[in-house]
Design a protein around this ligand. Structure first.
Ligand code: HEM
Length: 227
């Protein structure tokens, strides 16, 4: 996370009228994010390839059925640790606040683009927080159920009945995680100017003022001290 609000310092040759740019993610956070993102996409493709015979052709991308079966759990390990890194970086900014309930209750205004009717938003809005905490739970369930059915290394540690339950839990959780991921990507594209946060690490001042005003104000003047 960035500690400096602006991308420019006084005396940097910036002229009045130049657009304000605000730092949002460090290089480390972005690399961490994209490793997590790529691993989830690869996991979804390799998982779906083994999920239904009609999707079996997707195993060609991983060098055939046996290779897909061997690689899939390892990509899961990458996703788990990748997301764990994101969790450590962002959990604090995703803590639930009272104003998040108001934001959710006025979802109609959010979708209608009437953000001026909503409370000022910090680094993340309630929708992003729901995605964050859902993903946190889903990924823990995925890795746990995944280990139970990872026969190559853990076959003898669980019974057949436990493995059957784990397969069911793993499949349902994976489908829910893919849906949550679609919501995340859709929101990132729908709110114009958001993608650059994760590609270049920066957003415009206008974007921050419009969508995350409380965060912007805190960057500029600092957090209010507790009484
Ligand atoms: C592959 C497509 C993806 C795209 C295009 C994408 C895009 C983005 C963008 C633009 C942001 C910045 C949002 C902001 O700062 O307001 C972001 C944040 C984030 N993304 Fe992704 N993402 C993708 C996949 C994923 C996946 C697969 C995960 C996790 C499994 C993930 C987890 C996160 C987290 C934790 C944040 C920080 C926001 C928060 O903590 O609420 N992303 N993503």
């Amino acid at each position: 996370m960035s500690t400096t609000a602006y991308d420019v310092e006084p005396g940097d040759g910036v002229r009045p009228g130049d657009p304000v740019v605000v730092n949002r993610y460090t290089v480390g956070a972005r690399i961490n994010h994209w490793i997590t993102a790529v691993s989830l996409v690869l996991l979804a493709i390799s998982g779906l390839a083994m999920f239904h015979p009609r999707l079996f052709f997707l195993t060609a991308l991983f060098g055939g059925g046996q290779n897909t079966r061997a690689i899939h759990p390892w990509i899961g390990v990458v996703l788990f640790f990748g997301f764990f890194g994101l969790f450590l970086r962002f959990w604090r900014a995703n803590l639930w606040e009272h104003t998040d309930n108001v934001w959710l209750a006025r979802l109609r205004d959010v979708l209608g683009g009437h953000e001026e009717k909503l409370p000022e938003v910090g680094k993340y809005n309630a929708g992003q927080k729901v995605v964050f905490w859902s993903m946190s739970v889903l990924i823990v369930v995925l890795i746990t159920s995944g280990v139970v059915i990872w026969d190559q290394y853990f076959f003898e540690y669980t019974t057949l009945g436990q493995k059957q339950i784990a397969v069911l839990v793993h499949s349902i959780t994976a489908i829910v995680a893919i849906c949550v991921w679609i919501v995340h990507v859709y929101a990132a594209i729908w709110v114009r100017g958001t993608i650059s946060a994760m590609t270049r690490g920066r957003v415009t001042g206008g974007w921050a003022w419009r969508h995350h005003r409380k965060w912007l104000k805190e960057l500029v003047v600092g957090r209010p001290k507790p009484q």
